[in-house]
Design a protein around this ligand. Structure first.
Ligand SMILES: Cc1cc2nc3c(=O)[nH]c(=O)nc-3n(C[C@H](O)[C@H](O)[C@H](O)COP(=O)(O)O)c2cc1C
Length: 209
């Protein structure tokens, strides 16, 4: 089993990355991996109609988008840690555009049943300096819409804002979140929820055969 953490920030080693790193600490029975969008060269979607998804879920633009998509495909569960910038960070928005386009054209060209992300449990996390409700809802709704469109299974949490987790960093500097002990504790408490859901999905899949 593998959990992928996607640090959706435009910058490398930001608070989204540190949050994921803390969440993965002490998880030994399951493989964990973090991909930082800030380290990848990802171009925006070009809506290239004829060439999009000529093979299911295959994008023709040659860049590092494929690195991230391959990691997402091979993971059993995914955590999206997405900062609030002026809305979603631009590079990660390109990822969302391209995956949603691939989904649309794959269905159009090949029919249903080719979506490699369908059924994957995911945790949605917004990272912001203030932790304000305005920021949290904007980002979490956006991520939730994306996840549901892809037939992924976002995990709800039993405290506000319920559709995901809002991580307050306190300050904008890289690593500021490491001082927010209560935030880190709450985030770590989400790991068993994700792992349970992943195991359930695998069990359901196996029992189908
Ligand atoms: C363009 C931009 C706008 C931002 N606006 C807000 C904001 O309105 N409220 C807030 O709490 N934080 C805001 N932030 C701060 C980030 O959410 C915060 O620094 C977070 O740690 C960034 O994630 P990262 O460290 O993973 O890059 C903004 C950051 C950027 C770059």
């Amino acid at each position: 089993m593998k959990i992928l953490g996607v640090a959706c920030s435009n910058r490398k080693d930001g608070n989204s990355y540190f949050l994921l790193k803390e969440m993965f600490k002490g998880i030994s029975s399951i493989e964990t991996k973090i991909v930082q969008v800030g380290e990848l060269n990802i171009k925006p979607c070009e809506l290239c109609f004829e060439s999009c998804a000529t093979k299911p879920f295959e994008c023709v633009i040659k860049d590092d988008f494929h690195v991230l998509l391959d990691e997402m495909k091979s993971a059993n569960g995914i955590i999206f840690a997405c900062p609030f910038y002026f809305y979603v960070p631009s590079k990660f928005q390109s990822v969302l555009e391209r995956i949603s386009c691939l989904d649309y054209f794959t269905q159009k060209n090949h029919g249903e049943g080719h979506n490699p992300l369908a059924g994957k449990p995911c945790l949605l996390i917004v990272v912001s300096a203030s932790g304000s409700s305005f920021n949290a809802f904007q980002i979490l709704h956006h991520l939730q819409e994306f996840a549901l469109m892809l037939h992924m299974k976002p995990i709800t949490v039993n405290h506000w804002p319920f559709i995901g987790f809002s991580a307050k960093t306190g300050e904008m500097e890289k690593g500021a979140i490491l001082k927010e002990k209560e935030v880190l504790k709450q985030a770590k408490e989400l790991m068993p929820l994700l792992i349970r859901k992943m195991k359930k999905e695998i069990f359901t899949e196996l029992s189908m055969y």
